[in-house]
Design a protein around this ligand. Structure first.
Ligand code: CP3
Length: 340
């Protein structure tokens, strides 16, 4: 049995399960050692290497879930997009016109990052906790394609484009939705036990724009993954103002970033499993303050099912010892006793 899957299924578990966004990343010296030998795409596309990197944090820490080592940009290469990492994704030829969008292929389930299925199977052979698969939400993927990686001013370039070219935007979002569904179904068929949809740039938009260009596509992705054994996590960053819109998304779990108190998300989404949301900045210095900050998050998470996580990806300058301290704090927190 898995405490992560119990909480995802809506059980108010005695202790909060914990995993960490970007747990297989640059704060780990063993990850950086592998990076000396492989390029980022090579690591994603070689199933054996991707599986080994997925396992790195689990060999060090007692975590309750693994997350597949890959990237939200992975399936876009098969649409005909050239992407480099510097270290964030940069699209060599941004998508701007309707003709650019029409040139993007929808390669179908067999043609969308087929290596990912082998990576999933390789992880499942060696992993004793549930494996989370993931994808980027269509709106966030579109942001990278159009804006070529420029996050300045809340992706103003992308916001301008949405209003200038709504027809191209809708076609682009539709194609990204189809590809994302194929990509996640491939992961589920290969054995991932939960999926997370990352909508990292949802928060850049006002509710009406998000309701038109974000929500319908995210809903279509989540609704297409209706295997009751595979819980769906929806995670949007900077999205306090959008919480009400998430209420009827078909997702068992809603991830919350560090700016939104879990109690506020609880009020907006009663009964939903919440995931989050310790500020990743807290882990970098002053280990003596860590346990108290982590316990504050745990107390905020009472009153319904909670999966402990950071409010966004762990920072590369985080000392590994601080991660251990957070995990011990979560393990030592009895949610049932605290709730009395
Ligand atoms: O450990 C894990 O969480 C699994 C692997 C994973 C990566 N990227 C590996 C990666 C996951 C789940 C992602 C998701 C991802 N990728 C998101 C959504 C989450 C978020 O941060 O909002 C986004 C927006 C991306 C796009 C992306 N890829 C960025 C912004 C960056 C650079 C910044 C960073 O955080 O490192 C990447 C590159 C990337 N993806 C790295 C890793 C480990 C670093 C590459 C390197 O080693 O140089």
């Amino acid at each position: 049995m898995s405490i992560f899957l119990d909480a995802a299924a809506g059980k108010d578990t005695r202790r909060a399960p914990i995993w960490i966004m970007r747990q297989a990343g640059r704060y780990l010296p063993e990850y950086n050692a592998l990076k000396e030998r492989y390029g980022f795409w090579e690591m994603c596309r070689d199933p054996e290497v991707a599986a080994e990197i997925t396992m790195l944090p689990l060999r060090r820490f007692s975590l309750d879930a693994a997350i597949l080592f890959s990237d939200i940009m992975t399936p876009l290469a098969d649409m005909g997009v050239e992407i480099e990492f510097a270290p964030g994704p940069v699209v060599t030829r941004p998508v701007r016109t309707l003709a650019d969008v029409r040139r993007l292929r929808v390669p179908g389930p067999e043609g969308t990052a087929p290596f990912v299925a082998d990576a999933v199977r390789a992880v499942r052979e060696r992993c004793h906790v549930p494996l989370i698969g993931f994808a980027g939400a269509p709106l966030t993927l579109a942001t990278y394609l159009v804006d070529a990686g420029g996050a300045a001013d809340g992706h103003a370039g992308f916001r301008v484009w949405l209003h200038a070219q709504p027809e191209a935007a809708r076609l682009l979002l539709d194609r990204l939705t189809d590809v994302t569904i194929d990509y996640l179904r491939t992961q589920i068929a290969a054995g991932v036990q939960a999926v997370q949809l990352f909508d990292s740039w949802a928060g850049s938009h006002e509710p009406a724009v998000y309701a038109e260009f974000g929500l319908p596509y995210t809903r279509r992705v989540l609704a297409a993954l209706d295997d009751p054994a595979v819980p769906r996590v929806h995670f949007a960053v900077g999205a306090h103002h959008l919480l009400g819109l998430f209420a009827d998304l078909p997702a068992e779990v809603v991830g919350v970033d560090w700016r939104t108190p879990l109690s506020a998300a609880r009020r907006a989404l009663p009964g939903r499993t919440l995931q989050g949301n310790l500020d990743p900045a807290v882990l970098v210095h002053r280990p003596e303050a860590l346990a108290e900050r982590a316990r504050a998050v745990l107390r905020e998470g009472l009153g319904g099912p909670h999966i402990f996580n950071l409010g966004h990806g762990i920072r590369p300058d985080t000392p590994v010892g601080h991660v251990q301290r957070v995990i011990e704090t979560v393990h030592g927190f009895d949610r049932h006793a605290e709730a009395d």
